[in-house]
Design a protein around this ligand. Structure first.
Ligand code: GLA
Length: 725
């Protein structure tokens, strides 16, 4: 049993195989947070005695609600920290008093209507719903917790129901709030970046005060991934306490922490209250996105492995969830907009010979799109470039033994497009104000059902007619002038969330209509690399930056939460188009093989030696693909901490493993450094195929291997390990 209510002591226990989460009902009324961490059988009554003292003090004098660890704090009752819930009541006041009114526990997990979410697959998974109510307004709040027993993760979400008889306005509704006693030295980790530089691992010491990681872009964003982790002072890759919070959402979000001088902290994660309000008429309810919380007592590495498995098995869906992903070639960096049928078929021809499995036609195949100034919305083939049409091209590619994939950017509309000329009101705008283009494009108003229906129909027809097996779903600008003429004035601040709900509606309809199409998300690279998108599309283009050194860092940061199978990673030409850097082909290959392997260069321009190397790497990747895509990741070295990065993927049965090692700069005296491996079966010996040696795992993990790298900058290697006894 994962979840239990101890009636006598008024404690809720959420248990997973190795963790516990405990809440206590103070005075049978106030829901308090007691503990989240390593598994404990039960809590002794003396642990929450302090709450009674605070509460009694509060009853007498008021004011000390401020020191209680509230499970879902409201506003106006003596807790002066930031609330999880703010509601503007019919009388204009924002004061509410949430009190416990009941609970239920059930097996499994219900879907969150209209929102992406993890789903339960294992017998031990259970859900707890605790209801808190405000008598005066008739408002009730359902706090929902699912225990993923085997995975050691807890998913939380909240439903707010207006059970009163007047309209109320929701101003803040966090998915989770957590009051924790930290110690001095705790750090907050975020994944922050920019276009072409996503998911840098940033750590900062937590000090008294407030700090937030957020997006206000109506996309989860390049700037901050919807994730934070708290790390104890001694925590590292393999040791110490780590608390992870990952939000299953693709729009504007907020993760913040408020800490007092005694290191009592409140963490809040959820929809960004900035520019947000939601009107709830009597009887209406609102459900927040969910946050997935993971506690690890063995550092960041274990936390990442928990997220990886959970997201691979219980977030991603569809026919491709458990399948090895195809090696693809994408024509974008090879041709940009400058291609025709002949050129594409030449690339496809060469790629097929090299062993590539999927050919992806990127931007520029539709309308009259010879650059980025036109045609988004005109999703019909440009017959000047492709005189025989898409179906012909796709069949030609199939004949070469490859599947055919297509780039689309359905959320967008170019001012210079037939669609815009026909429906100038379909783009996001505020009446009477200028419409701002970014990358020469506007965004379609996905809050409108007729726009969503049009997108679903139009894109479905393209996929059907052209025989498409893979879609790259791009989104290349953030939203300005948020608002919709189709919403009442009082609902304008619902726009941002409604846009994302509209997007989810479209994705649900299209992805379920095409179960045999592999969808890959993209937003100028990793601008929407989040668990919400992965629910619909099981992989994402990690970054527009394909430079090997930059990629090692970006993919390393991305791996803090997301498994390798979700990361698109391609070999491109040198000098790199964004960085101008020249790196060896082997290193570009080895970097890309850490994710979903692919190519983004003109293979017809390669010399024979390069072609041979690429063909070999493809053959090699096909052999190790299962381990990379479904294995457990161990991070051995980090470019954020030194000159080398090393990632190791270990198959579930620990018979096989692959180690990827990179060194950024040649360092004379450090050339003979050792690399200590992890995750092996310590009772076994392993053969290291590339080195032709055998060694006990215990030696590989404790003594390590001399790094087998040659001279020069940007060197790398791969080593495959196989258990021999
Ligand atoms: C975005 C994507 C690229 C490419 C271009 C096409 O920038 O991230 O991979 O598809 O759009 O315009």
């Amino acid at each position: 049993m994962a979840i239990l209510f101890d009636e006598g002591n008024k404690n809720f226990y959420i248990q997973t195989n190795n963790t516990s989460y405990v809440m206590h009902l103070l005075q049978s009324k106030y829901l308090q947070h007691v503990f989240w961490g390593k598994k404990i059988p039960s809590i002794s009554a003396c642990q929450y005695q302090k709450y009674y003292e605070c509460e009694q003090e509060f009853s007498k004098n008021g004011g000390t609600m401020d020191s209680l660890p509230h499970e879902y704090p409201d506003f106006g009752n003596g807790d002066f920290r930031k609330p999880a819930l703010v509601v503007n009541c019919a009388d204009g006041s924002e004061v509410i008093e949430l009190e416990y009114s009941g609970y239920k526990i059930y097996d499994g997990k219900k879907p969150l209507k209209g929102l992406p979410a993890t789903y339960a697959r294992d017998a031990g998974d259970q859900t707890l719903e605790i209801t808190l109510s405000d008598e005066k307004t008739g408002l009730s709040i359902v706090l929902r917790y699912t225990a993923f027993e085997k995975h050691d993760a807890i998913a939380r979400s909240v439903t707010v129901l207006n059970g009163g008889d007047s309209e109320i306005k929701l101003k803040t509704a966090m998915s989770a709030s957590l009051d924790m006693e930290l110690e001095k030295g705790f750090r907050l980790l975020s994944l922050s970046g920019a276009w072409a530089n996503e998911n840098n691992v940033i750590e900062r010491e937590i000090k008294p005060g407030s700090f937030s990681v957020e997006s206000r872009r109506i996309a989860s964003s390049h700037q901050n991934n919807p994730f934070i982790a708290l790390l104890s002072g001694n925590a590292g890759e393999d040791c110490g306490d780590v608390y992870g919070f990952s939000l299953v959402y693709s729009g504007s979000f907020l993760c913040d922490i408020e800490t007092d001088i005694n290191f009592n902290a409140r963490v809040r994660v959820g929809l960004n209250p900035f520019d947000f309000e939601w009107c709830l008429s009597p009887g209406e309810s609102f459900t927040t996105p969910e946050v997935v919380m993971v506690y690890s007592d063995e550092g960041l590495g274990k936390m990442s492995r928990i997220y990886h498995r959970l997201y691979r098995e219980c977030l991603c869906r569809g026919n491709f969830r458990d399948k090895e992903r195809p090696i693809l070639i994408n024509n974008w960096e090879a041709t940009y907009f400058d291609f025709d049928e002949k050129k594409l078929l030449e690339i496809a021809d060469e790629a097929a010979k090299l062993g590539v499995e999927l050919f992806v036609l990127d931007d520029g195949w539709f309308g009259s799109r010879d650059d980025d100034t036109s045609s988004l919305g005109d999703w019909h083939t440009d017959m000047k470039k492709l005189p025989h049409g898409l179906k012909y091209l796709s069949e030609k590619i199939n004949q070469k033994g490859m599947k055919f994939g297509l780039w689309v950017e359905p959320e967008m509309i170019s001012p210079d497009s037939d669609l815009y000329r026909a429906h100038p009101d379909w783009c996001i705008h505020v009446d009477g104000r200028d419409r701002l283009t970014i990358r020469n494009q506007f965004v379609l108003d996905l809050t409108r059902i007729e726009v969503r229906d049009w997108i679903v129909d139009t894109i479905s027809n393209v996929l059907k007619e052209a025989g498409v097996s893979y879609v790259k779903w791009d989104m290349n600008r953030n939203i300005t002038s948020p608002g919709s003429p189709s919403l009442d004035a009082k609902r304008q601040k619902e726009f941002s969330h409604r846009y994302i709900l509209g997007l989810y509606d479209i994705l649900e309809r299209i992805t379920s209509a095409f179960p045999n199409v592999l969808f890959e998300g993209c937003a100028s690279g990793g601008g929407r690399f989040d668990p919400g998108m992965l629910y619909y599309m099981p992989q994402t283009w990690t970054s527009d930056d394909t430079d090997a050194v930059q990629r090692v860092k970006i993919q390393y940061g991305t791996s803090i939460v997301y498994p390798a199978i979700t990361m698109g990673a391609h070999v491109s030409a040198v000098p790199n188009h964004i960085m101008g850097r020249v790196t060896p082909l082997e290193t570009r290959q080895n970097t890309a093989m850490c994710g979903n392997y692919g190519f983004e260069l003109d293979v017809t321009k390669l010399d024979d030696c390069e072609k041979e190397k690429i063909a070999e790497s493809i053959k090699y990747y096909k052999e190790i693909r299962r381990i990379v895509q479904f294995g457990d990741l161990y991070r051995l070295e980090s470019l954020y901490k030194g000159n080398c990065a090393a990632l190791m993927y270990v198959a579930e049965d620990r018979r096989d493993a692959v180690v990827f090692l990179f060194r950024e700069r040649m360092e004379l005296r450090k050339a003979a450094r050792t690399l200590r491996l992890k995750g092996l079966d310590l009772t076994a010996d392993y053969e290291i195929c590339e080195l032709g040696i055998r060694m006990p795992a215990v030696e590989l993990e404790n003594v390590g291997l001399v790094m087998p790298l040659g001279k020069g900058d940007f060197q790398s290697c791969i080593m495959r390990l196989h258990r021999v006894n």
